[in-house]
Design a binder for this molecule. Structure first.
Ligand code: ZN
Length: 143
């Protein structure tokens, strides 16, 4: 469970949706948070209630109509234009070239801690078993 974080609007505390919150571990890193943090241009990621998704232009390819879907409940990203898809750590890896260095720069990982690396590998394998990331990606970031 993620700690509750609020924002003050005119003295009233509003709850921030979980996908907008700053992560405290790599397990609560959200695809939407990563995309906003890393995309080269300011992404406008808008909720699309009909599809239970958020939509934006793709951070990977040039386009005029949004084809990137973010599904906060599953914490997944899918682009129907270029075919890229995966979870938050995959997205960070594709946008920075080094997922582990990115997690370290956000104080979410200490690469010197073997137990943390084991836990991260386990987490990514859990995601793989749910069809979120593929094994090649996991192999790639740990090799
Ligand atoms: Zn794309």
């Amino acid at each position: 469970m993620v700690a509750r974080q609020g924002l003050l609007f005119g003295g009233v505390e509003m709850e921030v949706p979980f996908w907008e919150r700053s992560p405290t571990t790599y397990r609560d890193l959200s695809v939407i948070w990563v995309a906003r943090d890393l995309s080269p241009h300011q992404l406008k990621i808008r909720p699309n209630s009909l599809q239970h998704a958020h939509l934006s232009l793709c951070p990977f390819h040039s386009e005029n109509n949004p084809s990137a879907f973010f599904r906060p409940e599953q914490n997944t990203f899918t682009c129907y234009g270029c075919g890229r898809r995966g979870g938050a750590i995959y997205l960070a890896h594709e946008l920075t070239g080094n997922a582990l260095a990115y997690l370290e720069s956000k104080n979410l990982l200490n690469r010197g801690d073997a137990r943390q690396l084991d836990d991260l590998r386990r987490f990514l394998l859990e995601e793989e078993s749910r069809g979120i990331n593929d094994g090649d990606f996991i192999y790639c970031i740990f090799s």
